[in-house]
Every structure is written in C-alpha cells, then in structure tokens.
Design a protein around this ligand. Structure first.
Ligand code: GTP
Ligand code: MG
Length: 335
C-alpha cells in the first residue's frame, strides 16, 4: 500500500517536471548552434534579453558573425524576450515617491546631493588613490544600518569588494562614533570578495537572492572598474570590456529599482593626456559608466584629511563642491 502511494508521488513529480516550462536558451534561437552560442556567451551575450537589446553591428563586431546573421538572431531573441511593459507617468511618479536617501555623514555633501544618496539610482565616487572612496563606502554601510529615526535605513548592506579593502576594524570605529553596537553593525554588513570581472558580475546577479533573505537597502561595489581595467587591456578588448561593464551596471540599476536600494560604486581615474588645461584626471569606464551612473562625485585630496567632493553631471541638481573630512570617527563636514 505504502509502495503504491510512493509510486504515485514519483509519477506526479515526473509529470510536473515534464510540464515545467523550460527556460529559453540561446540554442533555442533559429540559426544558433552550439558553436555560435558559445561565441555569443564568450562575448557577454549570455541571455535572450541581452541579445534582444543588442545592436546588430556590435553583435557582429564582437562575436565575429556576419551582420545579416546578427540581425536574424536579434529579431528571434526579441520574439522570446520579456521586454517589459510601458508604465504610466503616474506609476513612475509613485515609484519615485518611494525614493529614500542615505546620508554620507557630511551634511555639506548631503546637501550637495539634494539630501543624500538616492535609492533606485547609481551614485559613483571617483578619484585617485587615497582620495577617500573606500572610507565613504564604509561610512555609507554603517549609516544604512542605523535605525530609521536616526537617519539610517535600519537595513542590511551588501558589499562587493574587488580590492580586498573591507576592514571590519574601521567599521567598528565608525559604528562606535555613532553609538551603535559594533557587533550588530558588522552582522548587518554582508561582504563578498570578487576575484575577477566575471565573478563580480555573477555576485551582482546573485545579490537579488540575498535580498530575499535580508532587508538590503544598500549595495556597494568597491571598486566597480578595477578588475575590468586590469583584465581587458588594450584596444582590441575595449569593446568587450564595455559590453560587460554595461551589463553589470544595468544589473546593479535593476537591483536598485526592484529593491528600492541605494547603489554606491567607486571608480579610479586615469590621467587623460588630451587635457592640457585644468584637471586632467578622467574616470575609468568611459561613456558606459558615465551614462549609467545618475550621480557622479569627483573626490580630490586637500590638506589635513580634507577632501573636496564635486558633483558632476547630475540630471537635476546644480554642479557644486563641498569639503568633507576623513577622521578617526569617519566622514564629517570639512568646513
Ligand atoms: P584607492 O582604493 O587606493 O583608490 O583609494 P581610496 O580612494 O579608496 O582611499 P581610502 O578611502 O582608502 O582613503 C585612505 C585615506 O583615508 C587615508 O589616506 C587616510 O587619510 C584616511 N583614513 C583611513 N583610515 C583612517 C583612520 O582610521 N583615521 C583617519 N583620520 N583617517 C583615515
Ligand atoms: Mg579604495
């Protein structure tokens, strides 16, 4: 009797499995065999959605397939892709009304940002080594864990650490300065070390899984660009690098939108030989990073622990500067 009911359960499971909707893979697209699918994946076109929004020329150039074939693949992908629906202006307004803002620890810098870092956007801090990018990330992490009535989110935090610069000792100092329980603060900060660019991309994709378990309102990537910069060197790999960085940034933005979370990233600068006057430092990542980050802040070193933060390219805030201070207790106002 028992045997029989077990058989039945097994049959039922098998049936469910057969009826289960299989996800569409690249190989399901007409004209895409194993070899083409592999080429596409190698070049960052690893799902239907990425193909659906690709440009035929980029796809052809990057994957070495003919442009005519690329058009056919893209058209097929568009039929399968869940491209999403139009939203009414009212729905977008409602979503924007849910935006929450995170303090940097400096009132001056918060004011420059219109009240702090916004959820549903990417805020990028760029500057040379020692300009304070990592210190600001750690401060943001501590601030996000603070209770809401003290200006925090009372939330957990995810940090993707690509340079192995997360320091719990520093978090403890900053937490004590805010009268927080340091152990509790550390428990709320989840750090993943990313070993290379692909690992970093994977961790961002997995962030949503962790956000189902913990209330994550801040996702940090420190640094956004270092792996990409060191792994994709030279002109020949530039297109691929930009393609991957683009996908990565859109994954981050999607996370911010879905979970109403703040996304904070850091970026290095390189000397731009084309600039003869003024500051020749330009952020890494070119247009891709520049266009996807909603707020960009350039950090410059000044005397005695002071740093000048300059807001650049904001969609609706005026450009401006404020002075912050890197102290034992964390980020404070510099003047
Ligand atoms: P890279 O990652 O190398 O590009 O630099 P970064 O921009 O991340 O620099 P980071 O945030 O690591 O800044 C380092 C600076 O922060 C140091 O030069 C110090 O001025 C300051 N700093 C770090 N820890 C402390 C501290 O405990 N007390 C004080 N007063 N300052 C600190
Ligand atoms: Mg750093």
């Amino acid at each position: 009797m028992a045997r029989k009911s077990e058989d039945k359960i097994e049959d039922k499971l098998l049936e469910d499995k057969e009826n289960e909707k299989k996800p569409i893979t690249l190989e399901d697209l007409p004209g895409v065999g194993e070899a083409t699918a592999e080429k596409l994946r190698e070049n960052g076109y690893d799902d239907i959605m990425t193909l659906a929004v690709a440009s035929p020329k980029d796809l052809a150039d990057l994957s070495g397939i003919a442009e005519g074939a690329a058009i056919k693949i893209i058209n097929a992908a568009r039929k399968f892709a869940d491209v999403g629906n139009f939203e009414t202006g009212e729905e977008i307004l409602k979503r924007r009304q849910e935006i929450i803002k995170l303090s940097t620890g400096s009132k001056n810098l918060d004011n420059l940002l219109g009240g702090g870092l916004e959820s549903q956007s990417i805020t990028e801090f760029f500057g040379e080594f020692g300009s304070g990018k990592t210190q600001i990330m750690l401060q943001l992490a501590v601030n996000a864990t603070m209770p809401e009535d003290q200006g925090g989110f009372g939330s957990d935090v995810l940090i993707i650490d690509t340079e192995n610069t997360f320091r719990p000792e520093r978090v403890i100092q900053m937490a004590r300065a805010k009268n927080l329980d340091p152990d509790e603060t550390l428990r709320r900060i989840h750090v993943a070390r990313a070993y290379n660019a692909h690992h970093q991309i994977l961790l961002a994709e997995k962030a949503a899984d962790i956000a189902k378990e913990f209330p994550i309102k801040l996702l940090i990537v420190d640094s956004l660009t270092s792996h990409f910069r060191s792994e994709y060197v030279g002109r020949g790999s530039l297109a691929e690098r930009q393609q991957l960085l683009n996908k990565h940034m859109h994954d981050l933005l999607k996370f911010g939108t879905i979970f109403n979370a703040v996304i904070a990233v850091t970026n290095q600068v390189s000397a731009n030989p084309a600039v003869f006057f003024g500051d020749p430092m330009t952020p890494i990542g070119g247009n891709i990073v520049g266009h996807t980050a909603t707020f960009r802040i350039y950090l410059r070193k000044a005397k005695a622990g002071k740093r000048i933060a300059r807001l650049i390219d904001s969609p609706y805030l005026p450009e401006g500067e404020s002075v912050i201070m890197l102290t034992e207790d964390g980020i404070t106002d510099g003047a």
